[in-house]
Ligand binder design. Structure first.
Ligand SMILES: [Zn+2]
Length: 346
């Protein structure tokens, strides 16, 4: 009798396992069934082309390699890197039921050498505007007691309008006085597939004489002026403790090859725009763009002015001045967009 019960128990277990396996298969097929011809499992892809791969689950970076081939992809991101060239994918690498899938188009791009250089393929459609600080985090407090977060938000909203009028899709990371974590800001950029990310801030310094606009583009913290860079990162909540040194190295690697030049170009474009509108503005500087480490978009941080300066603070609180700042940023974006457009047409 015991034997029969045991057998039945085993049978139930086996049936359960079969059921589980069936469910697993269904989910797996279901996830990819929508466009089966557009994806290939990374194992199949690597076997077919005699490649190896590694996947870092922490930073979502997929490295596919062999002697002479270096492909880097980021999960759910349509930007990819192949032997020194950056290109955009129509479909993004995906993770489904424990398996990694890469878009089929990768084969064409990589092995038929149809890669599109990002420099010419880059067009700006979606801009994520990040109003710095918010909620419990006021940012800098101005010399007359106004919090930076409010000024950032107003400029961000004006910028959104400026960009919408020019036909862009503009998204705010926050439209109210709420606190957002670093990850939440990054997730918004990811979710909307942002082409560029603009973070709006207000500066402050103990020396009250400091004034003017400053523009920062992303760069590895290892670069020069590390102390200054770190100070900025900490003050602006751009400091993240999460990444292991290894993950960081891979990430900086990919971020650098992919977004560095675009970020520099964008910062330059903004600089000339501010300058042409008569703002006191310094040449763009490097900053450790911690907020962007996981966002994979070209990005710039604008320190609109010094809230610690009595003269500039009065302007920064003024609506028409806020609109002028928004206009300067919008024009800078438009001019970069036009420049890349004309490159693409060549
Ligand atoms: Zn700030």
């Amino acid at each position: 009798m015991d034997g029969i019960i045991l057998l039945m128990k085993k049978l139930i277990l086996v049936m359960f396992l079969i059921l589980m396996a069936a469910c697993e298969t269904t989910t797996y097929r279901g996830a990819i069934r929508s466009r089966p011809q557009e994806f290939i499992s990374i194992d199949d892809f690597c076997n077919k082309h005699n490649l190896q791969y590694s996947f870092n689950a922490f930073d979502d970076v997929i490295k596919i390699f062999s002697i002479g081939n270096d492909i880097r992809l980021v999960l759910n991101s349509n930007i990819a890197y192949f032997n020194g060239a950056t290109f955009t994918l129509k479909n993004t690498p995906q993770y489904s039921s424990g398996k990694l899938f890469v878009p089929q188009e990768l084969e064409k791009i990589v092995f038929a050498k149809e890669q599109v250089n990002l420099r010419t393929a880059f067009t700006i459609k979606t801009i994520v505007i990040d109003a710095g600080h918010g909620g419990k985090d006021p940012g800098a407090i101005s010399c007359r007691g106004y919090p930076e977060k409010d000024i950032n938000l107003k400029i961000a909203k004006y910028l959104k309008e400026e960009l919408k009028q020019r036909g862009y899709n503009a998204i705010l990371t926050r439209s109210k006085d709420v606190f957002l974590t670093l990850q939440q800001r990054v997730d918004i950029a990811k979710k909307h597939n942002a082409d560029i990310f603009i973070s709006i801030h207000g500066n402050s310094n103990r020396s009250r004489g400091f004034r003017g606009t400053e523009i920062y583009y992303l760069s590895p913290a290892r670069f020069d002026s590390q102390a200054r860079a770190l100070k900025l990162a900490k003050e602006e909540n751009f400091y993240s403790y999460k990444l292991s040194p290894d993950a960081e190295a891979i990430l900086w690697d990919i971020v650098l090859t992919k977004n560095y030049s675009l970020s520099v170009d964008l910062s330059r474009s903004l600089y000339f725009s501010f300058k042409s509108l008569g703002f006191k503005v310094e040449s763009p500087k490097r900053a450790p763009y911690y907020v962007l480490r996981l966002a994979y978009v070209p990005a710039v941080l604008v320190e609109t002015g010094y809230l610690s300066n009595r003269y500039e603070e009065r302007f920064l609180r003024n609506d028409s001045y806020q609109m002028q700042i928004a206009e300067a940023i919008a024009l800078g974006i438009v001019s970069m967009d036009n420049e890349y457009d004309s490159l693409a047409r060549r």
